[in-house]
Design a binder for this molecule. Structure first.
Ligand code: GRF
Length: 207
């Protein structure tokens, strides 16, 4: 069975959703540890409740050895970023190239970085959404695998957008993880291949 590590910094609702999808049998994967840079992250409680080991790291210090040891010890083949609010150092993205996934709350390449809901409102975008992508050393810049869209209405606020985007995230992240586990997707020359063919644009998930 595929073994994974999940990285979080906050609430961990995507973590919870992934655990649910494992429990329902949709994803055939074990989470061997949840890693957080934030000892107060609510998601750590979710991990503990589900008997998953938790590790708090100090990102001011190099942490490649910690992750490498975990990966080796448990034969981990997938690192999943789920609301991990730190930029992964290049020594991690290089070491695990093609094995790290992230979910970002925007329709990449639009609105990289923080505060995406605010940026969408300020830009008067009519659509918004979430993207799952492979992680490379460029912030939110790796090959995008799947995206889901939501309409932006005139009365939307950052809060309502966050809620709508989370709903999409709970659908697309498990799908991308499943594709990775079942070897449908892989990263080659910084492009995402799906069943061996280059994805020219991300797969669009329709609700
Ligand atoms: C999500 O919106 C995700 O796209 C972003 O951080 C948020 C994490 O939410 N990277 P949660 O901690 O999973 O609730």
């Amino acid at each position: 069975m595929t073994k994974s590590i999940i990285f979080i910094s906050g609430n961990g609702s995507n973590l919870k959703n992934i655990i649910n999808k494992i429990n329902s049998g949709f994803i055939n994967m074990e989470i061997v540890a949840v890693v957080s840079n934030n000892s107060m992250a609510k998601g750590l409680e979710i991990a503990r409740t589900n008997n998953i080991d938790t590790i708090v790291i100090d990102t001011e210090k190099p942490y490649l050895a910690i992750i490498k040891d975990l990966v080796k010890k448990h034969e981990v083949s997938l690192l999943i970023l789920a609301g991990y609010m730190k930029i992964l150092p290049e020594y991690i993205t290089d070491e695990f190239r093609g094995k790290i996934l992230n979910i970002h709350p925007s329709l990449l390449p639009k609105h990289k970085g923080l505060n995406t809901h605010k940026k969408v409102l300020e830009s008067n975008d009519s659509s918004h959404g979430a993207s799952v992508h492979f992680v490379n050393s460029e912030l939110d810049g790796g090959a995008v695998i799947i995206q889901g869209q939501v309409n932006v209405k005139r009365d939307d606020t950052e809060e309502t957008l966050k809620e709508k985007v989370h709903k999409i995230e709970y659908e697309i992240y498990p799908i991308a993880i499943k594709w990775f586990i079942e070897k449908h997707i892989e990263l080659k020359n910084d492009k995402c291949l799906f069943d061996g063919e280059v994805l020219e644009c991300p797969i669009e998930h329709i609700l």
